[in-house]
Write a new protein. Structure first.
Length: 188
């Protein structure tokens, strides 16, 4: 039986990045139920960092993560993200929502700019002037390379002595007097 100080269930970007950092200090194992990394959300939806998410906690975590996205991982490779401006466009009936979005940017993304319809059209000429009441431009939004993030965190985990087990579905967790245990299917 192998023993670890920390068990992370899920080998997506969040699980792997947390595990890679924890492995610098304690014995860590990541159990991923799939046969490959990034099979679910990390492979599809973690591709753009901006502040249009509905949840305040997610917006604050995004803001706190932005400097990390610009930094190379532990092994000094290329940063896993690049600046990619984001424009949020509103029709007349959506101008209130654009104002609310601007309030979020005022707090979290100070480089944003409110654009008129004409300014938005200069940037994106296919926009119809009669359909755009206003826009917001965040020049510091980031395009994320989710595979580079996954693989970088996988390498960082291994370099710090952590372990990753693929195909290890967790089906049960238990605790006894001296610690805990995990049961499941798959190869783990």
């Amino acid at each position: 039986m192998r023993e670890f100080d920390v068990l992370v269930i899920g080998g997506g970007i969040a699980g792997l990045s947390a595990a890679a950092r924890l492995a610098r200090h304690v014995r860590v194992c990541v159990l991923e139920g799939e046969a490959a990394l990034g099979f679910h959300a990390s492979g599809r939806s973690a591709a753009f960092a901006h502040f249009s998410m509905d949840d305040e906690l997610v917006r604050r975590l995004t803001a706190a993560s932005m400097p990390c996205f610009r930094q190379p991982p532990m092994d000094d490779r290329t940063p896993p993200a690049r600046t990619h401006p984001a424009m949020f466009v509103a029709r007349g009936e959506e101008i209130g929502a654009l104002k609310a979005h601007e309030d979020i940017h005022r707090r979290l993304a100070p480089g944003y700019r409110r654009l008129s319809s004409a300014e938005a059209q200069e940037i994106v000429p296919v926009l119809r002037a009669d359909a755009v009441a206003g826009a917001l431009l965040d020049p510091n939004a980031m395009k994320l390379d989710s595979d580079a993030m996954l693989q970088g965190n996988r390498r960082d985990l291994a370099a710090a002595g952590g372990e990753l087990v693929l195909g290890a579905r967790v089906e049960a967790l238990g605790r006894d007097g001296g610690g805990g245990g995990v049961g499941g299917g798959g190869s783990g």
